[in-house]
Design a protein around this ligand. Structure first.
Ligand SMILES: Cc1ncc(COP(=O)(O)O)c(C=O)c1O
Length: 368
């Protein structure tokens, strides 16, 4: 057998969620108000040099923008083609015989494949257990611990004190804690200032969500210089294009404008959508992100996602969610889109079943 690819790679499957075109896509937690105008203006002003010449080796202008916005030194910033790339590079820098990442599950679905791609064993701890006792994530001395805050797909925001307990245990000797803050703008909380103080913390951020720049593929991380240097080496040069870096920098430096306004509207709609779902008995989990996870109405997330897709709406199905069993994750957007979604939900087969069963049992996914 050919030595390529390496043996532990062969069992890996390609990340391929259902991305067929659909009328209203509420499946990927992007900013449904569109994109940041300052970023778009930079792209529209592109010159021949932007394309013909290589970008900065290590995205220095983007690092400078992150440094300015978050008031951290530029050497505490690393960047990547999306925050996936920052996570990937951090994992690669941790690779070694027996290297392990521990994480609380359910969480961002790319963690496990990213670990395996990089030859790292991924070990899950049940979310509810880890939420009570963060030290469970430190058992068997992992090299890395991944924590998503707020968490995808549940939307839960673990308290700062919880992260502090993780960091305190084992002092400077413990694993690198990767805090994924992809949705932090919607929680209006960040631990970036902690990352520059603590040699064991890396905060990963993305331009893909609140800033409306998923198509640019731009992300960054903040940590102490030793950690950012290791990630820069592992990621390599020229990974963020000139236009992507400049456009993301323009968006980041426009502090109180477009992004803040769309986030504010998103938070209002998140509460309103959660109320609508509760009214339907669908037990939405309390979310601090730009999505809401709720109980699959029929009890089967894949059936319900399919029924919604047939009505022009894409949501993401999940199984094995502790509080609700099977669930659907829906991205929060402008209210007319939410109305489309709710109308489609009310047309799905479970809605009829609900009417018929009004006086008897509720469908399996619903609160009794
Ligand atoms: C928790 C989390 N982290 C990271 C990412 C990756 O984002 P990016 O587009 O920056 O690679 C996502 C994307 O869905 C996410 O949900």
């Amino acid at each position: 057998m050919s030595p390529f690819p390496r043996a532990d790679y062969r069992g890996l499957s390609l990340y391929a969620p259902d991305r067929r075109p659909v009328g209203v896509d509420l499946s990927d937690n992007t900013n449904l108000w569109g994109t940041h105008p300052a970023a778009l203006a930079r792209i529209q002003a592109a010159t021949s040099d932007d394309l013909a010449r290589y970008p900065d080796l290590y995205a220095d202008r983007l690092r400078a923008a992150v440094s300015q916005r978050f008031n951290v030194q530029a050497d505490c910033v690393t960047t990547g083609a999306g925050s996936d790339d920052v996570l990937d590079s951090a994992f690669r820098a941790a690779y070694g015989t027996g290297a392990t990442v521990r994480y609380a599950s359910p969480t961002f679905s790319m963690v496990e494949p990213l670990a395996r791609m990089n030859g790292i064993a991924a070990k899950a701890v049940l979310w509810s257990a880890a939420a009570l006792d963060p030290q469970l994530l430190l058992e068997e001395d992992p090299d890395l611990v991944y924590v998503c805050r707020p968490n995808n797909p549940t939307g839960e925001l673990l308290p700062v004190e919880w992260v502090e307990r993780l960091l305190r245990h084992r002092g400077d000797e413990g694993p690198l804690i990767i805090l994924d803050e992809a949705y932090a703008n919607f929680a209006e909380e960040t631990m970036i200032s902690w990352a520059v103080q603590n040699p064991r913390l890396l905060v990963a951020r993305t331009a893909s969500k609140a800033f409306g720049l998923a198509g640019l593929r731009c992300g960054f991380g903040v940590a102490q210089p030793e950690t950012t240097l290791a990630i820069e080496k592992s990621r390599g040069p020229y990974k963020v294009s000139r236009l992507a870096a400049d456009a993301a920098a323009a968006a980041l430096l426009d502090e109180d404008g477009w992004m803040a306004n769309t986030v504010a509207e998103c938070l209002v709609n998140r509460a309103r959508l959660s109320d609508e779902l509760s009214t339907r008995g669908l037990r939405p989990l309390e979310s601090r992100a730009n999505f809401v996870l709720f109980a699959a109405p029929s009890g089967s997330a894949s059936d319900d996602a399919l029924a919604l897709r047939e009505r022009g709406i894409a949501v993401r199905p999940f199984t094995g969610i502790e509080a609700i069993g099977e669930g659907l994750r829906v991205t929060v957007g402008p209210w007319p889109l939410m109305e489309h979604f709710l109308d489609a939900l009310d047309e799905t087969p479970w809605a009829d079943a609900d009417e018929e069963a009004n006086a008897s049992d509720s469908p399996p996914g619903r609160a009794s």
